[in-house]
Design a protein around this ligand. Structure first.
Ligand code: ZN
Length: 719
């Protein structure tokens, strides 16, 4: 570990930077300049053991500029004039929230008051039974001993705005973040009187009685729920601005996972598009790996804008398959999650549960990372991606095609494709499906990973991208469904694909979750996209495919080999060695891959899947990719530009599959080539983690450097 070396080498720069920040501060509102955050999530026990001087020292030590302090909602940490707001069990008459806010303000920190508006204790329910969610039988929805509030009732319309106003009048926080603000999730329909009335006013109909995605009324219920969450967002912001001034903003916490946002009726495009900053609640990795956090950062900034901030709550306690709120997460696991966030433009925010912890190792984790960030943050924010490969995402597709099986139908194809790009060091940006026109000037290749549900307008936007010279790669059953998830007669993009659907829509949904003993046969002509597979005539597949109608002039480099037995071994021979069923179709510059290799790669990381996907992108890009990396290891590579410079971030993910990791393994050397954009003159290159300069040769528009070794990550600034 290089903690001490980093500390010594970066302290001077950090001091210089905080001085310049202080000078710049008055010109910018807090949400434009508060880049480093910390949160001690207060438990009900803490009012009798919160050592405020110790935490003030910790704020200083970790160089935070803003803190998130529990105020109200489920539990109030101040003596509220609203008696039903449940006071923390050990609070007594103390105003812990107010004391902490005062201390933080004295230390020059921004304060975000934390709310949790999702549920209350039983006495509240008894006092206002009509403010709470109800199932079809009229019983209240509960989580353990708490009652779930309804977003359509006076609790949200009147009570919460009054609580926000009270908190502002008492302590003047800069803003609010609500942990669980969007009410009952999609799995449960609320039948309370307020929901019934409002839904009837909107649609003239009664609330749907079941989760039936084919029922137009259920679809209206989905859209109506999304719209209400946006109303709540705007309503709360009106309340906080009215009481606290134009910069006193309210934020709901958001997940980095689109399908998780879908289950909570949080419209990523609408929310990230209207927010001044985004507070992310995405505390640690899932099975997808650390790279998930860089992807989240890029996805959020793609809508929010790269000039805005997106801090993310990062757990310092063990948050894996089991949560151990009071045990330290292995420091390197927490560190790598933070670093991958930085690679996608996310700002750091350490998060501890409880003000007193017996496992004090957790208090060592954030400090070196925060200090490195503080010293180098000018290279980590306010920058633009240099990637020219875009991977399209669509929350509408997640909802209306993915429905109740989004993990398999929509998440896995996206995750598999971006994992393949990461494995082959191809920088990419997530692109929202309705932003293609505005993003297209930066993009050479657009990837549609099983974007099945598409409107006619979205299909037309893709066609324009291709007509303007862009290369398209579409997988699975992209464009086979309309925006409601109803099947079309043919692909909406059939003319681009040179392929026509002649099978049974919906069969692919079953195949998506199966593992079949199937293969793909490589055509004898050996198109360039099959480079590297010279020594094999087949590839493992695992999915299923059906016949398609093909236009003249298409090329089919891969065909389907139908299933045959695995066991006993004596039976494992191909019954049908060759078919005409296409697995891959090339039509001029368009690549259509009905074989769901992206999903397969997410399910099981067979190297052939990723290699073929990478070949497709290389071929489609016609040599225009901006990065070449030689050397062993798994690296997430991201490229950005600022005026006059290129910033390249390499995160070493070699052997990080085990979760949590407990050691970092240095890998190198890496020989790196970066295509320098027009207008940038290269004079020098520096490495921000090693904290030294590196030789940089420039030839024919490429800057070439060699990094001897990377332990966790390296950021190279070429300018
Ligand atoms: Zn309701």
């Amino acid at each position: 570990m290089s903690t001490r070396r980093e500390f010594l080498s970066t302290t001077a720069a950090a001091i210089a930077l905080s001085a310049s920040n202080a000078e710049a501060a008055p010109a910018e509102p807090w949400y434009r300049r508060t880049t480093r955050w910390g949160q001690t999530n207060i438990t009900e026990k803490d009012p009798v053991r919160y050592d405020i001087p110790w935490w003030r020292e910790f704020w200083k030590r970790t160089q935070v500029q803003g803190v998130i302090i529990n105020a109200g909602g489920i539990v109030a940490y101040y003596p509220s004039k609203y008696p039903l707001q449940h006071r923390a069990e050990f609070l007594g008459e103390r105003d812990l929230y107010g004391e902490l806010t005062k201390a933080a303000h004295e230390d020059g920190l921004v304060v975000i008051a934390r709310m949790d508006s999702n549920r209350t204790t039983e006495d509240f329910f008894k006092a206002h039974p009509d403010w709470f969610t109800r199932d079809h039988a009229g019983n209240p929805y509960r989580v353990d001993d708490k009652y779930v509030t309804c977003v359509n009732g006076p609790y949200y319309d009147e009570y919460l705005p009054a609580v926000l106003t009270e908190i502002i009048e008492r302590s003047h926080p800069e803003g609010f973040a609500d942990n669980s603000w969007s009410g009952l999730n999609r799995d449960s329909i609320c039948y309370c009187a307020n929901c019934a009335r409002k839904f009837h006013d909107k649609t003239g109909a009664a609330l749907p009685t079941q989760h039936n995605w084919s029922d137009p009324l259920y679809r209206q219920w989905i859209d109506w729920n999304y719209a209400r969450r946006i109303e709540v967002w705007d309503l709360n912001n009106r309340a906080t601005k009215a009481a606290g001034g134009p910069d006193c903003l309210w934020f709901g916490m958001n997940s980095g996972s689109v399908s998780s946002q879908s289950r909570s009726f949080r419209d990523c495009k609408a929310i990230f598009g209207r927010a001044e900053m985004v507070f992310l609640d995405h505390q640690s990795r899932s099975a997808a790996g650390f790279e998930e956090n860089a992807d989240t950062g890029k996805l959020v900034h793609g809508v929010l804008g790269w000039d805005r901030l997106a801090p993310e709550s990062m757990a310092m306690y063990e948050a894996g398959r089991n949560s151990f709120r009071l045990a330290s997460k292995p420091a390197v696991e927490a560190r790598m999650w933070m670093i991958e966030g930085f690679a996608g433009g996310i700002n750091p925010w350490w998060h501890h549960i409880g003000a007193f912890n017996e496992d004090r190792r957790m208090y060592q984790t954030a400090e070196p990372v925060m200090k490195w960030y503080a010293a180098n943050e000018r290279y980590l924010i306010n920058r633009k991606p240099l990637a020219n490969v875009g991977v399209v995402w669509s929350q509408r597709n997640t909802d209306f095609y993915g429905r109740d099986h989004a993990a398999d139908l929509t998440d896995a194809p996206y995750r598999g494709f971006v994992s393949a790009l990461m494995r082959w060091r191809i920088p990419y940006v997530p692109v929202h499906i309705d932003s293609i026109a505005s993003e297209s000037k930066n993009l050479k290749v657009l990837i549609l990973p099983n974007i099945a549900a598409m409107s006619d307008a979205q299909c037309a936007a893709i066609a324009r991208f291709v007509a303007d010279g862009g290369a398209l790669i579409a997988t699975g059953c992209t464009s086979l469904y309309d925006e409601n998830g109803d099947p079309r007669k043919d692909y909406g993009l059939a003319n681009l694909f040179g392929a026509h659907f002649i099978g049974t829509p919906g069969a692919e949904k079953t195949w998506a979750t199966q593992n079949q003993h199937t293969y793909l046969r490589l055509d004898d002509q050996r198109h360039a996209v099959l480079k590297g597979f010279e020594e094999t005539a087949i590839l493992p597949y695992g999915g299923s495919l059906a016949a398609l109608g093909l236009d003249n002039g298409t090329t089919v480099p891969l065909t389907f080999i139908p299933p045959f037995p695995v066991l006993p071994p004596e039976t494992a021979w191909m019954r049908t060695p060759k078919t005409d069923i296409p697995g891959l179709i090339l039509n001029k510059g368009v690549v259509f891959l009905p074989a769901d290799l992206d999903r397969r790669y997410a399910r099981e990381p067979l190297p052939d899947y990723a290699y073929l996907l990478s070949n497709l992108v290389q071929w489609a890009a016609k040599g225009a990719l901006p990065l070449e990396v030689q050397g062993a290891g798994v690296f997430d590579c991201n490229l950005y530009t600022q005026p006059g410079r290129v910033i390249a971030h390499f995160v070493n993910l070699t052997a990080t599959g085990r979760m949590p990791i407990d050691e970092l393994i240095p890998v190198g050397p890496l020989k790196i080539g970066i295509r320098v954009p027009d207008g940038i003159t290269v004079r020098r290159a520096r490495m921000l983690v090693s904290n030294r300069s590196v030789a940089c040769a420039v030839s024919k528009g490429w800057a070439r450097i060699e990094i001897p070794s990377i332990t966790d990550h390296e950021v190279v600034v070429i300018e």
